[in-house]
Design a protein around this ligand. Structure first.
Ligand code: SF4
Length: 255
């Protein structure tokens, strides 16, 4: 499923409430530094010259949509950057976030600005600055074990390590939401399972190290590019969340 416009929705998001979506990536293909087996946008395609929306186009479309929503008496709970890939890859990401906060202040001051990110660009100072201007930074860590992270997320940089991702996440000093998709299945004949005791032990330890202000765990919900994936049950997700809840972490489960 691809988003065919810059601004989409508002939609009711399982995780975020009434959400006005922003897609900074191409409208005809996915562009991402990961190629997750569960990605709702499908597999990556060759995108040698991807057409990204200009900062001005994002501003104008967002303002027009907020004015239209205001006329209908609807206000978003959240303006969410997600879309067809990794939003922080946009070269004007910082400026777009500044514009979005200004538009939010003018048209819907109660709305939060949220970014769903795969964490791969957190080593860049301007990306961290942009994310810190938002209300919610929802940052991905699908496994705390290299082999599993690479199997699930299929990073374009095959050298990417969990250790590196954690070092970048540490730069936020806990001021972020950690998001993890739990799943089981198979990909290219290899077993995928980030719910084993060893996986969970490493993941709990990562959560304790990073101490995020919130933890968001979820399951696959729509069609996935890899067909052989299994949805984790609500009961099992609650069991996964339980040790962190006992320790007082705010944790949301979408299952
Ligand atoms: S990080 Fe998000 S957009 Fe990128 S491949 Fe994974 S699920 Fe898809």
């Amino acid at each position: 499923m691809l988003f065919t416009s810059i601004i989409y929705g508002p939609i009711h998001s399982r995780r975020l409430g009434v959400s006005l979506g922003v897609n900074l990536m191409p409208t005809d293909k996915k562009l991402c530094t990961f190629n997750c087996v569960y990605c709702e946008c499908g597999w990556n395609t060759q995108a040698l010259y991807p057409l990204l929306p200009s900062r001005r186009a994002v501003y104008e479309e967002m303002e027009a949509k907020l004015i239209a929503m205001e006329a209908e008496g609807v206000r978003p709970d959240v303006i969410t950057f997600s879309g067809n890939g990794e939003p922080t890859l946009h070269p004007d990401f910082l400026g777009i976030i500044q514009d979005t906060c200004a538009l939010r202040d003018r048209y819907c001051p109660a709305a939060k600005v949220s970014v769903l990110s795969n964490s791969t660009q957190l080593g860049r100072k301007e990306i961290r600055e942009a994310l810190m201007r938002c209300d919610n930074r929802i940052l991905k860590l699908d496994s705390a074990i290299d082999e599993t992270m690479r199997l699930i997320d299929q990073p374009l940089n095959p050298q990417l390590t969990v250790r590196q991702i954690k070092e970048w996440l540490r730069l936020f000093d806990g001021d972020f939401t950690l998001q993890t998709c739990f799943l089981r299945g198979e990909h290219n004949g290899r077993r995928i399972d980030n719910t084993t005791p060893a996986e969970l032990e490493a993941w709990y330890q990562a959560v304790e190290e990073l101490h995020p202000r919130q933890v968001m765990i979820y399951v696959i919900d729509r069609a996935t590019p890899e067909q052989q994936l299994e949805k984790i049950s609500r009961d099992e997700m609650e069991r996964i969340a339980a040790p962190l809840l006992e320790k007082g972490y705010p944790i949301s489960i979408s299952a």
